[in-house]
Design a protein around this ligand. Structure first.
Ligand code: UDP
Length: 236
């Protein structure tokens, strides 16, 4: 079904193909893992299959809970049918527990539970290293209107509540995550991209074991085993 001539875009972890329906795309999940803005790169056998399955379950859960997403249906081991959107050049990040670039930037230790979630934007631009930006920057750069920025914050905090509860039932702490939004053909902003252990930090509640892409970033090994564990908790 997926022909080379239909390939629209190839990213670090996924490919996007056009379909016969002008309002729908197919997303194909690859095995490639990258970190540090693409400096560290590896192919990890079956990662794409695991992320497609995990992302499918999460999008279905969010759709059931009133969040509009690009997800239409799962097509195969590595493919999802999604609504066509134009991705906003903003990475939307939420932090519930300190980790990653937050600790590095501010010299704060990892694992501190935050009193309130931190909402953060990065400008999606690999050449610039995805710099952090605030609402005023985003507005000045005409990336979104004030109303859209307000919606992005409110919708993202709702998504955080749903995801935190969902993962806690799996005995997982949602440390932080990155999501992306897109505009559909009517100009409506909906959740897009993927939600998986590539884009979320997930720690076991009892042991604090990392079950996410930090296994790759920090050369801890056992990435496939960790993602498989996350998926198996979802399927119980
Ligand atoms: N994240 C992501 N893609 C990016 C940057 C971050 O999916 O390009 C996710 C990352 O997995 C983590 C959260 O966003 O769950 C916060 O990441 P952080 O800003 O701490 O950056 P990192 O430490 O990954 O460089």
């Amino acid at each position: 079904m997926l022909k080379e001539e239909n390939l629209l875009y190839e990213g670090k972890a996924k490919r996007v193909y056009k379909t016969d329906n002008e309002n729908e795309y197919v997303v194909y999940y690859k095995d490639d893992a990258t970190a540090f803005n693409g400096e560290k790169k590896e192919s990890i056998d079956s990662k794409g299959i695991l992320n497609n399955k995990i992302s499918t379950i999460i999008f279905e859960m969010l759709n059931e809970n009133g969040i509009d997403t690009h997800f239409v249906k799962n097509l195969s081991e590595r493919e999802q049918l999604v609504k066509k959107v134009t991705i906003l050049p903003l990475e939307v990040i939420v932090r519930n527990i300190t980790a990653g670039s937050f600790c590095k930037r501010y010299g704060i230790e990892e694992g501190i539970v935050l009193d309130e979630p931190i909402f953060e934007f990065s400008y999606k631009d690999d050449d610039l290293g995805d710099p952090m930006l605030n609402d005023d920057h985003a507005f000045a750069m005409k990336l979104a209107t004030r109303e859209e920025l307000k919606f992005l914050r409110e919708e993202t905090l709702k998504i955080n509540d749903l995801l935190k509860d969902f993962f806690l039932k799996l005995n997982l702490k949602l440390v932080d995550f990155k999501i992306e939004f897109g505009k559909d053909s009517q100009g409506k902003i909906i959740l897009a991209d993927e939600i998986s252990p590539d884009t979320c930090r997930l720690w076991d509640v009892d042991t604090n074991e990392k079950l996410d892409k930090d296994r790759f970033r920090r050369n801890l090994g056992g990435l496939v085993e960790s993602y498989t564990e996350v998926l198996s908790r979802m399927n119980k």
